[in-house]
Design a protein around this ligand. Structure first.
Ligand code: SIN
Length: 489
């Protein structure tokens, strides 16, 4: 394997099946690229449906024992994984930057975020409860218990190569489920390194299986068709999510779907505009805009719109675009040239429909995946960018005059993941929280992600929640026993 330009400890590169690191059955591998340079930084085992069948056998075989493992033991393993990840935080941050491109400071924040899910679900593992009640007519006692759903397939994205994994693996393991993890093909290395931590701390063979593949379709389909899989958890685009929902339907699988967003960011006329600009930078540029919670549409009241646009333009022009490994960089490359060109296409389409560029793109002159930030004002609703998730460092502004108009603009999308609102009026903030059609709202802040909070969307942004005490419920089924009370009389 090629040595990187930064000091990175490389993970194993095989598949993890039944506790063994193996080559793919076919012997195939695929390359992993550094988005900043396009260079190949590693090759990893390219799993196919045969490997998927092996992983399914392993996850099914490990389930009875793992689900019966005392919660305190499951909690201890997760806690030890949390400690190990914290200890090796810098190594993971470098690996994330190397394969995904974000600046090191952001990768460090991702590792802390990822570790938080391990800590949180180590604590939740011992708090799985049930109920016991007397039936209203007195004839029975009702006992309810929560049991793990069974082996789960976890499909994770490239934008947070570690945190989106711990957000699924930790609650699944805490609940007593076994898993097959299918990370994004762009970023397999963080996943493999994390799996290594899990085996190191003693997670038993078969409880966590990892398959990387360059052809996810057939592999995922094989697992979803296997009668032993009981749950699919997916984070990714709405388009792929719809297909997976179809594939999950014949087996009537439990699903958690964390899909695309088109987040509105409302700035009312009474807002602290400077604070709104700060929040806008955070909500737009975290992860280079490559996040489902990135603000897509800045919906700004007429009286403050010019001040907001000027302030945001200044902040966007001040970004230092460069490789994530360079400590001066505040904005890294996008994941690849294809994504960059897609964002550029959306900008060109908006400008051709009449949007006014306040900051126009320039080629960063560094490599094919780099894009300098863009700000478009007075974007017409006819532009594609008004409807599509941007997933890049492009900000769009839509102006409004009344509160109702602002809220209607914010809700004019089929997505409903997150919204942001800036106002000094508490009543208006609460009206907006209630009126906004989304699963999460940031009030006077451009950041909502937290392991202790229920993350998820409404409308076409998904099903279910991750994080908090709610997240573990996605991996548990309710069983109820009705106990005849006759003998008690
Ligand atoms: C995502 O973009 O998929 C998740 C972002 C987050 O958890 O903050």
């Amino acid at each position: 394997m090629q040595q990187s330009t930064i000091d990175t400890v490389y993970p194993p590169t095989g598949t993890l099946v039944g506790g063994e690191w193996r080559k793919a059955r076919s012997g195939a591998t695929f390359p992993v690229h550094d988005p900043a340079t396009g260079e190949v930084i590693a090759t990893v085992a390219d799993a196919d449906p045969e490997d998927a069948a092996d992983a399914m056998d392993a996850a099914a075989a490990a389930f009875p024992r793992w689900s019966a493992t005392p919660p305190k033991q499951r909690a201890a393993l997760l806690h030890n994984a949390f400690l190990a990840l914290q200890e090796r935080a810098e190594e993971f941050a470098r690996l994330i930057t190397l394969e995904m491109g974000k600046p090191l400071a952001e990768s460090r924040a991702e590792v802390a975020y990822a570790a938080d899910f391990l800590r949180w679900y180590a604590e939740e593992a011992v708090r799985i409860t049930g109920t016991f009640r007397t039936a209203p007519d007195g004839t029975a006692r009702h006992l309810t218990l929560r049991q793990p759903v069974g082996p789960c397939l976890l499909v994770t994205p490239w934008n947070f190569p570690l945190a989106m994994i711990t957000r699924k693996v930790a609650p699944a393991l805490a609940a007593g489920c076994t898993v097959i993890l299918k990370p994004a093909e762009e970023t397999p290395l963080s996943a493999l390194q994390f799996a290594h931590i899990l085996t190191d701390v003693g997670v038993p063979a078969g409880v966590v299986n990892v398959l990387n593949t360059s052809r996810p379709g057939p592999l995922v389909e094989t697992i979803l068709r296997d009668g032993r899989i009981r749950k699919l958890s997916f984070t990714g685009s709405t388009e792929v999510g719809r297909k997976l929902l179809e594939q999950a339907a014949p087996g009537v699988l439990r699903t958690s779907m964390e899909l695309g967003g088109n987040a509105p960011f409302i700035v009312f006329d009474d807002a602290d505009v400077d604070a709104a600009v700060e929040g806008a930078v955070a909500a737009k540029l975290r992860n280079g805009g490559q996040s489902c919670v990135a603000a897509n549409r800045f919906v700004v009241a007429d009286p403050v719109a010019s001040r907001f646009v000027d302030g945001l333009a200044e902040r966007l022009r001040g970004q230092v675009v460069g490789p994530g490994t360079d400590p001066r960089s505040t904005l890294g490359p996008m994941i690849n040239e294809k994504q960059r060109n897609r964002a550029v296409g959306l900008v060109d389409d908006a400008v051709s429909h009449g949007a006014v560029p306040a900051v126009h793109y320039r080629t960063a002159g560094r490599g094919d995946a780099f894009l300098n930030p863009v700000l478009l004002d007075r974007v017409p609703s006819s532009a594609r960018i008004a409807r599509e998730e941007i997933f890049g460092p492009v900000a769009t502004v839509y102006r409004f005059s009344t509160e109702q108009e602002g809220l209607a603009l914010a809700n004019a999308t089929e997505s409903g993941l997150v919204g942001y609102v800036y106002t000094r009026d508490l009543n208006r903030a609460l009206r907006a929280v209630e009126a906004m059609e989304c699963g999460m709202v940031g009030v006077n802040r451009g950041y909502v992600s937290d392991a202790s909070a229920p993350f998820g969307g409404v409308k076409q942004s998904g099903l279910g929640r991750e994080g908090s005490e709610v997240g573990i419920q996605e991996y548990l089924e309710t069983k109820y026993a009705s106990i005849d009370a006759g003998a008690l009389a």
